[in-house]
Design a binder for this molecule. Sequence first.
Ligand code: ATP
Length: 190
Amino acid sequence: MKIGLFFGSFNPVHIGHMIIANYMATHTDLDRVWMVVSPQNPLKRKAGLAKDYDRLHLVQLAIGDNILLHASNIEFGLPKPSYTIDTLAYLNEKHPGKEFVLIMGGDNLATLHKWKNYELILRDYHIYLYKRPKVELGKLENHPHVHHFSAPLLDISATYIRQCIKEGKSVQYLVPEGVFEYLEGSSVYR
Ligand code: ATP
């Protein structure tokens, strides 16, 4: 089984994320997409970052009953900060029958050369890349393990969602319905 890993803070998850996850699960040879929620680094508490399990719960609400997608908390129990190469090694050990692929936006590819052991990542794994507007992909654009996809793009960010909530503006339709309802009744991001 081929699993695409879509990493993020998902603070909170929004429909831009869901469009990518669903596109990769349905328009490529991936069997499933796991949305891997990055934990908060306990040594670097970031203002405005909701608690790990709140963000995971929001991703679960966003996914609902779609069996092609899965919310993963795999990094919560790994040493922090979690480096992708270490998470991949752990996942391979835990799931010997599965092949893991990285889902990445062009903005991430442009800085991939700064990641821990990026040469190993590119040697041992495939990257399914989707374009981001106004982003130069850099020298890794034509690497044989980088596969390009044109998913529909939506110009929103979690920062924008948090800002709307703080200002008391509606985020209906910008986040999946279940996420919207949950946020309406909660103090997260207020
Ligand atoms: P923030 O605004 O807090 O930085 P974000 O919306 O960029 O958050 P992340 O959790 O950092 O969200 O995103 C996870 C991944 O999704 C990242 O690789 C990011 O590049 C990508 N991403 C974020 N927003 C979009 C979008 N609108 N369309 C496609 N990909 C996105």
